[in-house]
Design a protein around this ligand. Structure first.
Ligand SMILES: Nc1ncnc2c1ncn2[C@@H]1O[C@H](COP(=O)(O)OP(=O)(O)OP(=O)(O)O)[C@@H](O)[C@H]1O
Ligand SMILES: [Mg+2]
Length: 238
C-alpha cells in the first residue's frame, strides 16, 4: 500500500499468499451493468493448492485477472504476498506480475510471430535473464512438457493440446511463487491432463508454491487441497 511503501513486507506468517476482501467487479456494457464479482472474500495461504469451480460466467477468469493485477476491482481490496495489487499503478502491477505470478490464460495469449520456444522464454527475458540460462530453463520446461520437437513452431503451427502445454511451460518457466491456472487441462487428453495436475501438485508439495486452479472438472479439482465455489460472483460458504 502507498503509505507503507513497496519494500515494507509483513512477516511471512502474517501474509496470506492471496487475500480478497469484498471484491466486486462491474463491467459497463451498452446500457446494462454486468456484475462479474459481487463481494468475493477469500484467503489462500502460502503453499496451498486451491481449485475454484463455478458455472460459466460466474466470474472465475475475472477473479484470476484481478489477482494478477491485470485489471482493477470496482470495489474491495486484493493482496498478494502482502502487496495490494488492487491499488497498484500499471507499471507496478507489471513488475509485480513478472516477479511473482505465473498465469496460464484461458485464451493462451501467445505472440503469434514468436516461436513456441521464444514465447516460453519471454518471462525469463522480461525478468532480466539472458543467454545460456534462458536456453537451459526453456529446454528443461519444454522437455518436461514433451514439447522439445515443437520448439521452433509458431503458435499457429501446433495442436490445441500442444498450445495448452506451451501455455503451461510459459507460466512455469520463471518458477513463480503464485501460479494462476485458468482451465489448464481443458484441451488435454486425460493422461496429459493428469501429468500437468501432478506437476502442479509437486510444485506445491516440493517447492511451497501457491496454485489457484480454475476448472470445471471435478477430477482436476480433486488434486487441490480444497475447493472454493463461485456462484453469482461470490464464494459459497463452506
Ligand atoms: N471485459 C468484459 N466486458 C464485459 N463483460 C465481461 C468482460 N469480461 C467478462 N465479462 C462478463 O463477466 C461475467 C464473468 O466472466 P468470466 O470470464 O469471469 O466468467 P468465467 O466464470 O470465467 O466463465 P467461463 O467458465 O465461461 O470461462 C460474464 O458474464 C462475462 O460475460
Ligand atoms: Mg473463464
Amino acid at each position: 500500500m502507498a503509505s507503507k511503501g513497496p519494500e515494507t513486507q509483513p512477516p511471512v506468517d502474517e501474509v496470506a499468499a492471496v487475500a480478497l476482501d469484498r471484491v466486486t467487479k462491474t463491467y459497463a456494457a451498452e446500457r446494462l451493468e454486468l456484475r462479474a464479482l459481487a463481494g468475493a472474500t477469500l484467503r489462500i495461504s502460502d503453499g496451498e493448492f486451491v481449485a475454484v469451480m463455478g458455472p460459466s460466467g460466474s466470474g472465475k477468469s475475472t477473479l484470476l485477472n484481478l489477482i494478477a493485477g491485470l485489471d482493477v476491482p470496482t470495489s474491495g481490496t486484493i493482496h498478494v504476498r502482502g502487496q495490494c495489487t488492487s491499488s497498484m499503478s500499471d507499471d507496478a502491477a507489471t513488475a509485480f506480475r513478472r516477479q511473482f505470478i505465473g498465469f496460464i490464460y484461458q485464451r493462451f495469449n501467445f505472440l503469434p510471430d514468436l516461436t513456441v520456444e521464444e514465447n516460453v522464454g519471454l518471462p525469463l527475458l522480461l525478468n532480466g535473464h539472458r543467454g545460456v540460462e534462458v536456453e537451459r530453463r526453456v529446454t528443461d520446461v519444454l522437455d518436461q512438457l514433451e514439447l522439445g520437437t515443437r520448439r521452433d513452431h509458431l503458435p499457429s503451427e501446433v495442436s490445441g493440446g500442444e498450445l495448452q502445454r506451451a501455455a503451461i511451460a510459459r507460466a512455469l518457466v520463471a518458477t513463480p511463487a503464485v501460479l494462476l491456472a485458468d482451465e489448464p487441462t481443458g484441451n488435454l487428453d486425460s493422461a496429459a491432463g493428469e501429468r500437468v495436475l501432478l506437476d502442479m501438485r509437486r510444485t506445491v508439495d516440493e517447492m511451497g508454491r501457491t496454485v489457484i486452479l480454475v476448472t470445471h472438472d471435478p477430477k482436476a479439482a480433486a488434486y487441490a487441497d480444497r475447493i472454493e465455489r463461485l456462484l453469482d460472483g461470490r464464494f459459497e460458504a463452506g
